[in-house]
Design a protein around this ligand. Structure first.
Ligand code: SF4
Length: 426
Protein backbone atom coordinates (compact mmCIF):
# COMPACT_ATOMS: atom_id res chain seq x y z
CA UNK A 1 0.00 0.00 0.00
CA UNK A 2 1.32 3.48 -0.84
CA UNK A 3 1.37 6.29 1.72
CA UNK A 4 -1.44 7.92 -0.26
CA UNK A 5 -3.56 4.77 -0.19
CA UNK A 6 -2.95 4.39 3.54
CA UNK A 7 -3.95 8.01 4.15
CA UNK A 8 -7.12 7.58 2.09
CA UNK A 9 -8.03 4.75 4.50
CA UNK A 10 -7.23 7.03 7.50
CA UNK A 11 -4.21 4.89 8.41
CA UNK A 12 -1.45 6.95 10.06
CA UNK A 13 1.80 5.17 9.15
CA UNK A 14 5.02 5.35 11.23
CA UNK A 15 6.52 7.51 8.46
CA UNK A 16 3.64 9.97 8.76
CA UNK A 17 4.14 10.11 12.55
CA UNK A 18 7.85 10.82 12.09
CA UNK A 19 7.12 13.63 9.62
CA UNK A 20 4.40 15.11 11.83
CA UNK A 21 6.92 15.25 14.71
CA UNK A 22 9.57 16.93 12.53
CA UNK A 23 7.10 19.44 11.11
CA UNK A 24 5.41 20.01 14.47
CA UNK A 25 1.90 19.34 13.15
CA UNK A 26 -0.68 16.83 14.25
CA UNK A 27 -0.31 13.41 12.60
CA UNK A 28 -4.05 13.22 11.89
CA UNK A 29 -3.91 16.56 10.04
CA UNK A 30 -0.88 15.43 8.03
CA UNK A 31 -2.69 12.21 7.14
CA UNK A 32 -5.79 14.13 5.98
CA UNK A 33 -3.68 16.37 3.73
CA UNK A 34 -1.86 13.37 2.26
CA UNK A 35 -5.25 11.75 1.63
CA UNK A 36 -6.29 14.83 -0.37
CA UNK A 37 -3.05 14.79 -2.37
CA UNK A 38 -1.97 18.13 -0.88
CA UNK A 39 1.12 16.64 0.81
CA UNK A 40 3.48 13.95 -0.51
CA UNK A 41 6.30 12.02 1.12
CA UNK A 42 9.45 11.72 -0.97
CA UNK A 43 10.57 8.16 -0.30
CA UNK A 44 10.97 4.98 -2.32
CA UNK A 45 9.69 2.07 -0.19
CA UNK A 46 13.04 0.30 -0.73
CA UNK A 47 14.91 3.09 1.07
CA UNK A 48 15.52 3.97 4.69
CA UNK A 49 16.29 7.66 4.82
CA UNK A 50 18.12 9.45 7.60
CA UNK A 51 16.26 12.65 6.75
CA UNK A 52 12.67 12.05 5.71
CA UNK A 53 10.99 14.79 3.78
CA UNK A 54 7.43 15.67 2.98
CA UNK A 55 6.35 18.46 0.67
CA UNK A 56 3.09 20.37 0.61
CA UNK A 57 0.41 22.42 2.26
CA UNK A 58 1.17 23.77 5.75
CA UNK A 59 4.69 22.34 5.86
CA UNK A 60 8.05 24.09 5.86
CA UNK A 61 9.08 25.08 2.30
CA UNK A 62 11.60 22.53 1.07
CA UNK A 63 14.48 23.04 -1.33
CA UNK A 64 16.11 20.77 -3.88
CA UNK A 65 19.66 20.94 -5.23
CA UNK A 66 20.47 19.54 -8.68
CA UNK A 67 23.79 17.78 -9.07
CA UNK A 68 25.16 15.40 -11.69
CA UNK A 69 27.65 15.06 -14.49
CA UNK A 70 27.55 16.77 -17.86
CA UNK A 71 28.80 15.42 -21.18
CA UNK A 72 31.92 17.60 -20.64
CA UNK A 73 32.47 16.97 -16.91
CA UNK A 74 32.02 13.40 -15.75
CA UNK A 75 34.03 13.08 -12.51
CA UNK A 76 32.08 11.23 -9.83
CA UNK A 77 34.31 12.64 -7.05
CA UNK A 78 33.18 16.16 -7.90
CA UNK A 79 29.53 15.12 -7.68
CA UNK A 80 30.17 13.51 -4.27
CA UNK A 81 31.52 16.85 -3.08
CA UNK A 82 28.46 18.66 -4.44
CA UNK A 83 26.12 16.21 -2.72
CA UNK A 84 27.95 16.70 0.58
CA UNK A 85 27.95 20.48 0.44
CA UNK A 86 24.31 20.65 -0.72
CA UNK A 87 23.14 18.60 2.27
CA UNK A 88 25.49 20.40 4.67
CA UNK A 89 23.92 23.76 3.80
CA UNK A 90 20.35 22.58 3.99
CA UNK A 91 19.13 20.93 0.77
CA UNK A 92 16.09 18.84 1.72
CA UNK A 93 16.41 16.75 -1.45
CA UNK A 94 18.84 16.33 -4.34
CA UNK A 95 18.30 15.42 -7.95
CA UNK A 96 20.89 13.64 -10.05
CA UNK A 97 20.73 15.15 -13.53
CA UNK A 98 23.73 13.25 -14.87
CA UNK A 99 23.99 12.99 -18.64
CA UNK A 100 27.71 12.10 -18.94
CA UNK A 101 29.81 9.08 -17.97
CA UNK A 102 28.43 5.81 -16.63
CA UNK A 103 25.05 7.12 -15.48
CA UNK A 104 23.76 3.97 -13.68
CA UNK A 105 27.05 3.69 -11.76
CA UNK A 106 27.01 7.39 -10.87
CA UNK A 107 23.38 7.21 -9.73
CA UNK A 108 23.90 4.14 -7.56
CA UNK A 109 26.98 5.68 -5.93
CA UNK A 110 25.21 8.96 -5.22
CA UNK A 111 22.06 7.29 -3.83
CA UNK A 112 24.20 5.22 -1.50
CA UNK A 113 25.71 8.42 -0.06
CA UNK A 114 22.52 10.47 0.04
CA UNK A 115 20.80 10.89 3.41
CA UNK A 116 18.06 12.97 1.78
CA UNK A 117 15.46 12.04 -0.86
CA UNK A 118 16.97 11.46 -4.25
CA UNK A 119 15.31 12.37 -7.54
CA UNK A 120 16.14 11.83 -11.21
CA UNK A 121 14.95 12.65 -14.71
CA UNK A 122 14.94 9.14 -16.24
CA UNK A 123 14.73 10.33 -19.86
CA UNK A 124 18.37 11.51 -19.54
CA UNK A 125 19.63 8.00 -18.86
CA UNK A 126 17.29 6.53 -21.49
CA UNK A 127 18.70 8.95 -24.09
CA UNK A 128 22.35 8.47 -23.09
CA UNK A 129 22.15 4.65 -23.02
CA UNK A 130 20.25 4.61 -26.34
CA UNK A 131 22.98 6.74 -27.89
CA UNK A 132 25.49 4.08 -26.84
CA UNK A 133 23.25 1.22 -27.96
CA UNK A 134 22.02 2.56 -31.32
CA UNK A 135 24.48 5.40 -32.03
CA UNK A 136 21.63 7.92 -31.89
CA UNK A 137 19.35 8.73 -28.94
CA UNK A 138 16.44 9.30 -31.32
CA UNK A 139 16.34 5.57 -31.97
CA UNK A 140 15.39 4.77 -28.37
CA UNK A 141 12.13 2.89 -27.97
CA UNK A 142 9.24 3.30 -25.54
CA UNK A 143 10.44 0.09 -23.92
CA UNK A 144 13.92 1.59 -23.39
CA UNK A 145 12.26 4.46 -21.52
CA UNK A 146 10.08 2.23 -19.34
CA UNK A 147 13.02 -0.09 -18.62
CA UNK A 148 15.03 2.84 -17.28
CA UNK A 149 12.13 3.76 -15.00
CA UNK A 150 12.02 0.25 -13.61
CA UNK A 151 15.81 0.08 -13.12
CA UNK A 152 15.99 3.45 -11.39
CA UNK A 153 13.01 2.54 -9.20
CA UNK A 154 14.74 -0.67 -8.13
CA UNK A 155 17.87 1.33 -7.29
CA UNK A 156 15.85 3.37 -4.79
CA UNK A 157 15.12 6.67 -6.56
CA UNK A 158 12.57 8.54 -4.42
CA UNK A 159 11.04 10.86 -7.03
CA UNK A 160 10.98 10.99 -10.81
CA UNK A 161 10.55 13.93 -13.14
CA UNK A 162 8.51 12.72 -16.10
CA UNK A 163 7.63 15.14 -18.91
CA UNK A 164 4.26 13.63 -19.78
CA UNK A 165 2.79 17.00 -20.70
CA UNK A 166 4.94 17.44 -23.82
CA UNK A 167 2.30 16.13 -26.17
CA UNK A 168 1.84 16.32 -29.93
CA UNK A 169 -0.92 18.88 -29.49
CA UNK A 170 1.21 21.04 -27.15
CA UNK A 171 4.02 21.10 -29.73
CA UNK A 172 1.52 21.97 -32.45
CA UNK A 173 0.36 24.93 -30.35
CA UNK A 174 3.99 25.96 -29.74
CA UNK A 175 4.62 26.04 -33.51
CA UNK A 176 1.43 27.98 -34.13
CA UNK A 177 1.93 30.60 -31.40
CA UNK A 178 5.73 30.87 -31.50
CA UNK A 179 7.96 31.84 -28.60
CA UNK A 180 11.16 33.75 -27.88
CA UNK A 181 12.70 30.51 -26.57
CA UNK A 182 10.85 27.41 -27.77
CA UNK A 183 11.59 24.66 -25.21
CA UNK A 184 14.31 25.14 -22.59
CA UNK A 185 13.65 21.99 -20.58
CA UNK A 186 16.32 19.41 -21.45
CA UNK A 187 13.89 16.50 -20.96
CA UNK A 188 11.19 18.37 -22.84
CA UNK A 189 13.46 19.06 -25.80
CA UNK A 190 14.73 15.45 -25.95
CA UNK A 191 11.14 14.20 -26.08
CA UNK A 192 10.00 16.82 -28.61
CA UNK A 193 12.89 15.88 -30.89
CA UNK A 194 12.16 12.17 -30.42
CA UNK A 195 8.48 12.67 -31.24
CA UNK A 196 9.35 14.66 -34.37
CA UNK A 197 11.86 12.05 -35.58
CA UNK A 198 9.68 9.02 -34.85
CA UNK A 199 6.34 10.69 -35.72
CA UNK A 200 4.90 9.31 -32.48
CA UNK A 201 3.17 10.59 -29.35
CA UNK A 202 5.20 11.09 -26.14
CA UNK A 203 5.63 7.59 -24.62
CA UNK A 204 5.34 8.99 -21.09
CA UNK A 205 1.92 10.37 -22.06
CA UNK A 206 0.78 7.44 -24.17
CA UNK A 207 1.96 4.80 -21.66
CA UNK A 208 1.08 6.81 -18.58
CA UNK A 209 -0.67 3.82 -16.97
CA UNK A 210 2.57 1.82 -17.25
CA UNK A 211 4.45 4.74 -15.64
CA UNK A 212 1.91 4.74 -12.80
CA UNK A 213 2.23 0.98 -12.31
CA UNK A 214 6.02 1.22 -11.96
CA UNK A 215 6.06 4.17 -9.57
CA UNK A 216 3.23 2.74 -7.48
CA UNK A 217 5.14 -0.49 -6.82
CA UNK A 218 7.88 1.52 -5.10
CA UNK A 219 5.71 4.38 -3.76
CA UNK A 220 7.81 6.83 -5.76
CA UNK A 221 6.51 10.39 -6.06
CA UNK A 222 5.85 11.44 -9.62
CA UNK A 223 7.07 14.94 -10.35
CA UNK A 224 5.12 15.97 -13.44
CA UNK A 225 7.71 18.02 -15.29
CA UNK A 226 6.98 21.24 -17.12
CA UNK A 227 8.77 20.46 -20.35
CA UNK A 228 7.07 23.47 -21.98
CA UNK A 229 7.95 25.96 -19.21
CA UNK A 230 8.76 29.48 -20.31
CA UNK A 231 12.52 30.02 -20.46
CA UNK A 232 12.22 33.73 -21.21
CA UNK A 233 10.35 36.54 -19.48
CA UNK A 234 8.69 37.28 -22.86
CA UNK A 235 7.11 33.80 -22.88
CA UNK A 236 5.85 33.74 -19.28
CA UNK A 237 2.27 32.57 -18.67
CA UNK A 238 1.65 31.97 -22.38
CA UNK A 239 -0.92 29.64 -23.97
CA UNK A 240 1.64 26.85 -24.41
CA UNK A 241 2.55 26.84 -20.71
CA UNK A 242 -1.14 26.79 -19.74
CA UNK A 243 -1.99 24.00 -22.15
CA UNK A 244 0.71 21.82 -20.62
CA UNK A 245 -0.43 22.71 -17.10
CA UNK A 246 -4.00 21.62 -17.95
CA UNK A 247 -2.66 18.29 -19.24
CA UNK A 248 -0.62 17.89 -16.04
CA UNK A 249 -3.76 18.59 -14.01
CA UNK A 250 -5.58 15.70 -15.73
CA UNK A 251 -2.57 13.40 -15.31
CA UNK A 252 -2.29 14.37 -11.64
CA UNK A 253 -5.90 13.31 -11.14
CA UNK A 254 -5.28 9.93 -12.80
CA UNK A 255 -2.25 9.40 -10.57
CA UNK A 256 -4.23 10.36 -7.46
CA UNK A 257 -7.01 7.93 -8.37
CA UNK A 258 -4.40 5.20 -8.88
CA UNK A 259 -2.89 5.82 -5.40
CA UNK A 260 0.25 7.56 -6.71
CA UNK A 261 1.49 10.81 -5.15
CA UNK A 262 2.33 13.67 -7.49
CA UNK A 263 3.92 17.09 -7.40
CA UNK A 264 3.73 19.56 -10.27
CA UNK A 265 6.75 21.38 -11.65
CA UNK A 266 6.38 25.05 -12.45
CA UNK A 267 8.07 27.79 -14.39
CA UNK A 268 10.70 28.92 -15.34
CA UNK A 269 11.15 32.61 -16.16
CA UNK A 270 8.28 34.67 -14.70
CA UNK A 271 8.07 38.42 -13.95
CA UNK A 272 7.26 39.34 -10.36
CA UNK A 273 3.71 40.46 -11.14
CA UNK A 274 2.79 37.07 -12.68
CA UNK A 275 4.06 34.83 -9.89
CA UNK A 276 0.93 34.93 -7.74
CA UNK A 277 -1.35 33.91 -10.61
CA UNK A 278 1.03 31.11 -11.61
CA UNK A 279 0.82 29.62 -8.11
CA UNK A 280 -2.97 30.04 -8.13
CA UNK A 281 -3.27 28.34 -11.53
CA UNK A 282 -1.25 25.36 -10.40
CA UNK A 283 -3.26 24.88 -7.22
CA UNK A 284 -6.61 25.26 -8.99
CA UNK A 285 -5.84 23.19 -12.10
CA UNK A 286 -3.97 20.44 -10.26
CA UNK A 287 -6.37 20.03 -7.34
CA UNK A 288 -3.99 21.40 -4.68
CA UNK A 289 -1.07 19.09 -5.54
CA UNK A 290 2.26 20.41 -4.17
CA UNK A 291 3.95 22.94 -6.45
CA UNK A 292 7.64 22.46 -7.25
CA UNK A 293 9.06 25.71 -8.65
CA UNK A 294 12.15 25.91 -10.83
CA UNK A 295 13.15 29.36 -9.59
CA UNK A 296 11.17 31.14 -10.88
CA UNK A 297 13.71 33.52 -12.35
CA UNK A 298 12.35 37.05 -12.33
CA UNK A 299 14.62 38.49 -15.04
CA UNK A 300 16.66 37.15 -17.96
CA UNK A 301 19.58 39.56 -17.72
CA UNK A 302 21.62 38.42 -14.71
CA UNK A 303 23.77 35.46 -15.80
CA UNK A 304 26.34 34.87 -13.07
CA UNK A 305 23.78 35.93 -10.45
CA UNK A 306 20.83 33.71 -11.29
CA UNK A 307 20.87 32.21 -7.78
CA UNK A 308 19.63 35.68 -6.76
CA UNK A 309 17.02 36.04 -9.54
CA UNK A 310 15.79 32.53 -8.67
CA UNK A 311 15.68 33.27 -4.94
CA UNK A 312 13.66 36.45 -5.46
CA UNK A 313 11.09 34.53 -7.50
CA UNK A 314 11.23 31.51 -5.18
CA UNK A 315 10.56 33.62 -2.08
CA UNK A 316 7.53 35.21 -3.67
CA UNK A 317 6.19 31.95 -5.13
CA UNK A 318 6.58 30.13 -1.81
CA UNK A 319 4.92 32.99 0.08
CA UNK A 320 1.91 32.54 -2.26
CA UNK A 321 1.83 28.80 -1.61
CA UNK A 322 4.55 27.05 -3.66
CA UNK A 323 5.84 24.14 -1.59
CA UNK A 324 9.18 23.05 -2.98
CA UNK A 325 11.89 25.23 -4.55
CA UNK A 326 14.48 23.94 -6.96
CA UNK A 327 17.63 25.91 -6.44
CA UNK A 328 19.38 27.86 -9.18
CA UNK A 329 23.16 28.31 -9.11
CA UNK A 330 25.23 31.30 -10.31
CA UNK A 331 26.34 29.06 -13.20
CA UNK A 332 22.79 28.80 -14.62
CA UNK A 333 22.67 29.54 -18.37
CA UNK A 334 26.49 29.59 -18.49
CA UNK A 335 28.25 26.47 -17.28
CA UNK A 336 28.26 23.25 -15.27
CA UNK A 337 28.19 24.31 -11.58
CA UNK A 338 31.21 23.96 -9.32
CA UNK A 339 31.05 22.95 -5.65
CA UNK A 340 31.12 26.65 -4.67
CA UNK A 341 28.22 27.34 -7.08
CA UNK A 342 26.21 24.56 -5.44
CA UNK A 343 26.80 26.11 -2.02
CA UNK A 344 25.74 29.57 -3.23
CA UNK A 345 22.65 28.13 -4.88
CA UNK A 346 21.59 26.21 -1.78
CA UNK A 347 22.09 29.20 0.55
CA UNK A 348 20.13 31.52 -1.79
CA UNK A 349 17.31 29.02 -2.00
CA UNK A 350 17.30 28.48 1.78
CA UNK A 351 16.96 32.24 2.28
CA UNK A 352 14.03 32.29 -0.15
CA UNK A 353 12.30 29.34 1.52
CA UNK A 354 12.77 30.72 5.02
CA UNK A 355 11.64 34.23 4.03
CA UNK A 356 8.44 32.66 2.70
CA UNK A 357 8.01 30.47 5.77
CA UNK A 358 8.05 33.57 7.98
CA UNK A 359 4.76 34.54 6.36
CA UNK A 360 3.25 31.09 5.96
CA UNK A 361 4.14 29.04 9.05
CA UNK A 362 3.96 29.73 12.78
CA UNK A 363 7.40 28.41 13.74
CA UNK A 364 9.78 30.07 11.28
CA UNK A 365 9.61 33.50 12.93
CA UNK A 366 11.10 32.15 16.18
CA UNK A 367 14.45 31.66 14.49
CA UNK A 368 14.54 35.32 13.51
CA UNK A 369 13.53 36.41 17.02
CA UNK A 370 16.41 34.41 18.49
CA UNK A 371 18.82 36.07 16.07
CA UNK A 372 17.50 39.57 16.86
CA UNK A 373 17.81 38.91 20.61
CA UNK A 374 21.41 37.76 20.17
CA UNK A 375 22.08 40.82 17.99
CA UNK A 376 20.73 43.15 20.69
CA UNK A 377 22.99 41.55 23.29
CA UNK A 378 25.83 41.45 20.75
CA UNK A 379 26.37 37.76 21.41
CA UNK A 380 28.58 37.16 18.43
CA UNK A 381 29.05 33.39 18.76
CA UNK A 382 25.31 32.90 19.13
CA UNK A 383 24.60 35.05 16.07
CA UNK A 384 27.13 33.04 14.09
CA UNK A 385 25.70 29.70 15.20
CA UNK A 386 22.18 30.82 14.21
CA UNK A 387 23.33 31.86 10.72
CA UNK A 388 22.52 29.90 7.57
CA UNK A 389 26.24 29.98 6.76
CA UNK A 390 28.16 30.16 10.08
CA UNK A 391 31.57 29.87 8.40
CA UNK A 392 30.99 32.90 6.23
CA UNK A 393 29.53 34.89 9.15
CA UNK A 394 32.63 34.10 11.27
CA UNK A 395 35.01 35.09 8.48
CA UNK A 396 33.30 38.47 8.12
CA UNK A 397 33.17 38.99 11.89
CA UNK A 398 36.93 38.39 12.18
CA UNK A 399 37.95 40.35 9.10
CA UNK A 400 38.92 43.57 10.88
CA UNK A 401 40.65 44.18 14.19
CA UNK A 402 38.20 45.97 16.50
CA UNK A 403 38.99 49.32 18.16
CA UNK A 404 35.95 49.13 20.46
CA UNK A 405 34.99 45.84 22.04
CA UNK A 406 31.56 44.28 21.95
CA UNK A 407 30.45 45.98 18.73
CA UNK A 408 31.33 45.31 15.14
CA UNK A 409 33.58 47.17 12.74
CA UNK A 410 30.67 48.63 10.77
CA UNK A 411 29.79 51.53 13.11
CA UNK A 412 32.45 51.03 15.80
CA UNK A 413 32.01 53.49 18.66
CA UNK A 414 28.74 54.71 17.06
CA UNK A 415 27.11 51.30 17.35
CA UNK A 416 23.43 52.21 17.51
CA UNK A 417 22.51 49.10 19.48
CA UNK A 418 25.09 49.90 22.17
CA UNK A 419 24.19 53.63 22.27
CA UNK A 420 20.51 52.78 22.70
CA UNK A 421 21.30 50.28 25.42
CA UNK A 422 22.74 53.12 27.52
CA UNK A 423 19.91 55.45 26.54
CA UNK A 424 17.16 52.95 27.41
CA UNK A 425 18.79 52.12 30.74
CA UNK A 426 18.93 55.78 31.83
S1 SF4 B 1 28.35 48.37 15.14
FE1 SF4 B 1 26.60 48.88 13.81
S2 SF4 B 1 26.38 47.12 12.50
FE2 SF4 B 1 27.69 46.51 14.18
S3 SF4 B 1 26.36 45.64 15.73
FE3 SF4 B 1 26.51 47.78 16.23
S4 SF4 B 1 24.83 48.76 15.14
FE4 SF4 B 1 25.08 46.74 14.26
Amino acid sequence: MTQLEAAKKHIITPLMRQIARDEKIKAALLCRRIAKGHIVILRNNKRTLKKVCAVGSGLRTKINANIGTSTDRKALKLEFKKLKIAVKYGADAVMDLSVGGNIPKIRKALIAKSDVPFGTVPIYEAAASSKQKYGNFLKMTSKDMMDVLERQAQDGVDFFTIHSGVTKSAIKLLKKKGRTLDIVSRGGAILAQWMHYNKKENPFYENYDTVLEIVKKYDIVLSLGDGMRPGAIADASDAVQLKELRTLGKLAKRAYNAGVSVIIEGPGHVPLNQIEKNVRWEKEICNGAPFYCLGPLVTDIAPGYDHITGAIGGALAASYGADFLCYVTPAEHLSHPTVADVKDGVIASRIAAHAADIVKTKTAKNKDKKMSDARKKRLWNKQISLSLDPEKARTYRNRLKLQVSNVCAMCGEYCSIKLMEKCMRA
